[in-house]
Design a protein around this ligand. Structure first.
Ligand SMILES: Nc1ncnc2c1ncn2[C@@H]1O[C@H](COP(=O)(O)OP(=O)(O)OP(=O)(O)O)[C@@H](O)[C@H]1O
Ligand SMILES: [Mg+2]
Length: 226
């Protein structure tokens, strides 16, 4: 059996001629929760887009042992990769529930409503009328509707109050415990990353500059702020 659910080797990513990621090698084991930390412009979103097939890349992206780097985005979704994207990208004029049902056939609805009772309560409301925290919950719930094996989260804490960040961190933990799922979370909020992740990579200017377990948090933090 494959130890790694996701294994990226010597990955480069490009927007046109601009090389944004250089020689990235990271992995996520089955059942693991891994964070990627880094400042604005480090390439965090580009890394997640590379995994989803949304940017031009060079190098290996292995999922369950198979190289998926040439597959189309929808083929990667089918294999079990889902993303809660930066900025959430909801359909604002649709209800909470319709946003969720667009992604999946409803079998996961009970799980996500149990995970986020607020969403169940307000399922008939338009997405645009939900709070920032609730909109983030919809984005995560929508990704879960795809029943992924790997959940990619792009800065779920962005713009949210600490108490809401905590609620979302707990939901992410529960998801990992209760579903057979691995998580790759991109963050600038170190507390969020440390709340949910077992390990972290530090990304700066498109390269991995450090990595470690959350136990050697202090060294990671020191580097991150350097
Ligand atoms: N569509 C694009 N076309 C050209 N360059 C881009 C594009 N998207 C991002 N970039 C550039 O790629 C680099 C990395 O951007 P990326 O969005 O991956 O960073 P990030 O770490 O997610 O930053 P943030 O924390 O602000 O979200 C930046 O220099 C950015 O200007
Ligand atoms: Mg980003």
């Amino acid at each position: 059996m494959q130890k790694y659910l996701l294994e990226i080797k010597n990955l480069y990513a490009y927007y046109g001629k601009a090389e944004i990621l250089r020689n990235i090698s990271i992995y996520v084991e089955k059942g693991e929760s891994v964070a990627v930390l880094g400042p604005n412009g480090a390439g965090k979103t580009t890394l997640l887009k590379s995994i989803c097939g949304l940017v031009e890349t060079k190098g290996e992206i292995r999922f369950n042992g198979a190289d998926i780097s040439k597959l189309k985005p929808h083929e990667r979704i089918k294999l079990g990769i889902a993303i809660s994207p930066e900025g959430r990208r909801l359909f604002p004029e649709m209800t909470v529930e319709d946003n969720l049902l667009l992604a999946g056939n409803g079998e996961m609805l009970e799980f996500v409503y149990n995970l986020f009772p607020n969403l169940k309560e307000k399922r008939e409301q338009l997405a645009k009328n939900m709070s920032g925290g609730e909109q983030q919950m919809i984005a995560i719930a929508r990704a879960l509707m795809l029943e992924p094996k790997l959940l990619l989260l792009d800065e779920p804490s962005m713009g949210l109050a600490p108490i809401v960040v905590e609620t979302i961190a707990e939901a992410i933990d529960r998801t990992r415990d209760e579903l057979d799922i691995s998580i790759l979370i991109v963050e600038q909020n170190i507390q969020m990353a440390f709340d949910v992740a077992d390990r972290a990579y530090i990304l700066a200017s498109g390269e991995v500059v450090n990595e470690g377990t959350i136990d050697n948090l202090q060294e990671i933090e020191k580097d991150y702020f350097a």
